[in-house]
Design a protein around this ligand. Structure first.
Ligand SMILES: Nc1ncnc2c1ncn2[C@@H]1O[C@H](COP(=O)(O)OP(=O)(O)OP(=O)(O)O)[C@@H](O)[C@H]1O
Ligand SMILES: [Mg+2]
Length: 451
């Protein structure tokens, strides 16, 4: 039994073995060498017949080369397409800018205490109006602006008041400043433009933070668009022809209606700036005072300004000069209308104390600049801008008092606004000099106008 069992087991094992490896195959099978393994591997990798291995290898190289070339071509094509798209985008952006320039304006605004001047890029000065507003006394509602309001001055209806919203170059009446600016900006816009895109506005060097904020807020609320504030002295220098890449110093003195500003500019930046709340309008006020006190005649502001324009000179009139003008007003004693004759010499003596104060301020300022700057100013002299520069003989007067050469800028009243407008051609410079946030440099000079 035990033998039978053994035999059974032995058969089973034998059958099993036979099924797994047929005896004929087992007999013919030769052992695999490492070379065979390599071939199999190569065939698997190339998926090709053993005899075609060599050309396929070359094909493979070619394929990878062409793939590289294709990839390169694809890359070149993609970058060409990208640069083409970029070029098209640039072109369309340029077109948009051109169209935008057609329908909107780039404004330059010099809002002074005596006059508001606005220039539009490409169109020059488009607004030159007195900074005055006629308002209804009861409601405060504005009735007229600029020249129209100025014409009423002295003869206005009893329920109308003529207001100068800016006094000594700073905002004195916020609401009227904003309304006046909005009115002038509307006037400045071209027929095409329905909105203005941006504006550059001058601001005095010596104003306080609050004063600058008030001006900026007035501009923003006048729906101008983006507003950049630029220091007046720098704008005046650019407008007077000072090159911004000139590293040597130039001094520009702007004599306005209510202020005199002295700015030293070098390398496109302000080196020194100072101001005095004293200007050409102070001559008008001095004339009114003089005629009331010494000649017994009360005259209005407009008459005083006319007298200044017709007779005033910064240098003494020659003895043969018999220029005289008849002025009319109200007699101090009788209260009746009256008239007197005023000579050029009398007006000259009235203007002298004011001009002397301006000259003193200039001398003080020049005494504070660094010696290198003094050397430049000695060589180059002074440039005059602002309406006060139009006063007869002012350049000779300042030449004599400062012992420096003096030149009046072309159209001195427009120097600031022209300088501001020129900044649109130099966007990098504009970005550098824009003073929308209060700068510490301004803080140092802030308060120069106080008191
Ligand atoms: N030909 C002239 N002769 C004398 N003064 C003149 C002449 N023309 C204008 N002015 C005076 O210039 C002043 C106005 O100058 P400007 O327009 O520069 O002042 P503003 O910029 O409004 O004032 P500010 O800069 O002080 O705020 C007025 O007082 C005006 O009488
Ligand atoms: Mg001015």
């Amino acid at each position: 039994m035990a033998q039978k069992k053994e035999a059974k087991h032995g058969d089973k094992r034998a059958v099993k073995h036979t099924v797994a490896t047929p005896p004929d195959k087992r007999a013919t099978a030769t052992p695999r060498t490492p070379a065979d393994d390599k071939e199999i591997l190569a065939r698997r990798v190339t998926n090709a017949k053993p005899d075609a291995a060599q050309p396929i290898k070359a094909e493979q190289e070619n394929e990878s080369n062409s793939r590289g070339l294709a990839r390169g071509a694809l890359f070149v094509g993609a970058s060409a397409a990208a640069s083409y798209l970029l070029m098209r985008r640039k072109r369309s952006q340029k077109l948009i800018t051109t169209i935008r320039d057609l329908v909107s304006d780039s404004l330059a605004i010099d809002m002074g205490s005596a006059s508001t001047i606005i220039a539009v890029r490409g169109r020059g000065v488009v607004v030159d109006e007195p900074s005055v507003v006629a308002v209804k006394k009861l409601s405060g509602e504005p009735l007229a602006f600029g020249r129209e309001a100025q014409e009423m001055l002295g003869r206005e209806a009893r329920d109308v008041q003529i207001i100068s919203p800016l006094i000594d170059g700073v905002v004195a009446d916020f609401e009227r400043t904003q309304a006046m600016l909005e009115h002038f900006v509307r006037e400045a816009r071209s027929g095409f433009s329905q909105f203005s895109r941006r504006a550059v506005m001058s601001v005095l060097a010596g104003v306080t933070h609050v004063e600058q904020r008030a001006l900026l807020a007035a501009a923003e609320q006048a729906h101008i668009g983006r507003v950049h504030m630029v220091e007046e002295g720098l704008a005046a220098a650019i407008g007077a022809g000072v090159m911004m890449d000139d590293i040597r110093a130039n001094v520009v003195i702007d004599i306005g209606g209510g202020t005199t500003n002295i700015a030293v500019v070098a390398g496109g930046a302000i080196v020194y700036a100072d101001g005095e709340r004293l200007g050409s309008t102070d001559i008008d006020l001095a004339i009114i005072d003089r005629l009331r006190r010494h000649r017994g005649l009360i005259i209005g502001v407009s008459t005083a300004e006319r007298l200044k324009l017709e007779l005033c000179s910064a240098i003494e009139p020659t003895t043969g000069d018999e220029s005289r003008v008849t002025v009319k007003g109200r007699d101090v004693q009788t209260g009746s209308p009256g008239a007197i004759e005023v000579t050029a010499h009398e007006i000259y003596t009235v203007a002298q104390p004011i001009l002397r104060r301006i000259a003193d301020k200039v001398r003080d300022a020049l005494g504070e600049v660094p010696p290198e700057v003094s050397a430049d100013i000695y060589d180059r002299g002074i440039i005059l801008t602002g309406g006060g520069a139009l006063l007869d003989g002012i350049e000779i007067y300042l030449q004599q008092t400062t012992q420096l050469g003096v030149r009046i800028a072309d159209e001195p009243r427009f120097a600031i606004v022209r300088g501001l407008a020129q900044l649109y051609d130099e966007p990098l410079l504009l970005r550098r000099v824009a003073r929308n946030e209060f700068s510490p440099a301004m803080n140092e000079t802030a308060g120069a106008f106080e008191g």
